[in-house]
Write a protein that binds this ligand. Structure first.
Ligand SMILES: Nc1ncnc2c1ncn2[C@@H]1O[C@H](COP(=O)(O)OP(=O)(O)OP(=O)(O)O)[C@@H](O)[C@H]1O
Length: 307
């Protein structure tokens, strides 16, 4: 059992009633104990996939297992194994955070003496708001309460759908810290995000969905190494009289009289050749900076390529 993936998705497809195909034969595994990123442009199918796992959307075809339990055949155990933090903030405004957690625990049939309300409130830094009405909480506090609600039944998997959309940098950092602490305690975390730097910072592995199809599923490091473009910013000893050119350069941008940024495909040319070309044209190199490609470059390469 322990060698089974946390989530196994096998040839999953979903076509909505109006005919829109949101998922097209998607297969991938989420290994246990990882922080796994599910990325994709707006409308790619991420929420559809998560809602299928949550039992909120019926799949059209394919299979999914959560913690080894088939979501069709062993729906109860599958549901008990996953906590989902939805994208939209929905609460009854008249309950307090403590009450909201108690009610949620009741829904999962957790006996009163096994509930962890105080511990969960503490974990998401809401202890001092335990008895405030939900409607008086800030957006960030509401989001943290949703995370606590998703954890009441201590599931081994936590799924966060856009956890930091619209939250400020401080709160984002706090949520990241909480995700990391859950991960350190062995919880498998799946998160969808629009913030690529969030995925780059947190995730061990990333899957990318585009137009309902899986177009990448790799360790974050391997994905990053796929970026084709590199940039070198060079400061020379004198102003440029004309722009150097070479067919292998993808973009040349003058950033100052004597500063130039050259973007090139790393499989076609090396930084050294770029610098030699400038020297051949009579410029002495004063300073050089390179910019490593980030996840955004890879994401754009992949999603454009598959568009
Ligand atoms: N209930 C529905 N009925 C019909 N079409 C839907 C429904 N829900 C989603 N869709 C469509 O399915 C596609 C995938 O939507 P989904 O919400 O899964 O994407 P997403 O990747 O989560 O996007 P976002 O990041 O914007 O939330 C979109 O074209 C969307 O318009």
């Amino acid at each position: 059992m322990t060698d089974k993936p946390a989530i196994a998705i096998d040839q999953l497809s979903k076509t909505y009633a109006g005919g829109k195909q949101a998922l097209d034969n998607v297969s991938f595994d989420v290994p246990r104990g990882q922080i796994f990123g599910l990325l994709g442009p707006n409308g790619a199918g991420k929420s559809t996939l998560i809602n299928i796992l949550a039992g909120l959307v019926n799949k059209t075809s394919g299979k999914a297992h959560v913690w080894g339990f088939d979501i069709d055949e062993d729906h109860r155990n599958a549901k008990a194994s996953i906590g989902i933090v939805p994208q939209e903030i929905l609460f009854d405004p008249f309950f307090t955070p403590a009450e909201a957690l108690e009610i949620q625990a009741g829904l999962y049939g957790i006996p009163k003496d096994k509930r962890r309300t105080a511990e969960l409130l503490e974990a998401v830094k809401l202890t001092d708001k335990a008895n405030a009405y939900a409607r008086t909480l800030s957006g960030g506090m509401k989001r943290r309460l949703l995370v606590a609600k998703a954890m009441v039944h201590s599931p081994p998997i936590l799924v966060l759908d856009e956890p930091t959309a619209g939250v400020d940098i401080d709160l984002r950092q706090q949520l990241w810290d909480y995700v990391r602490s859950l991960h350190a305690r062995g919880v498998t975390v799946v998160l969808t995000t629009h913030y690529l730097e969030e995925a780059e910072e947190l995730c061990d592995r990333i899957a990318i969905i585009n137009h309902g199809k899986l177009i990448a599923n790799e360790p974050t490091r391997d994905l990053l190494s796929k970026a084709q473009d590199k940039e070198v910013v060079v400061t020379c000893d004198k102003p440029f009289s004309s722009m150097p050119s070479d067919d292998r350069f993808k973009k040349i941008e003058q950033l100052g009289d004597d500063v130039i940024a050259i973007t090139y495909a790393k499989d076609k040319v090396h930084a050294g050749e770029v610098l030699r070309l400038l020297e051949r044209e009579g410029y002495d190199i004063v300073d050089v900076r390179t910019r490593e490609p980030d996840l955004e470059d890879v994401f754009l390469d992949l999603t454009r390529g598959a568009a």
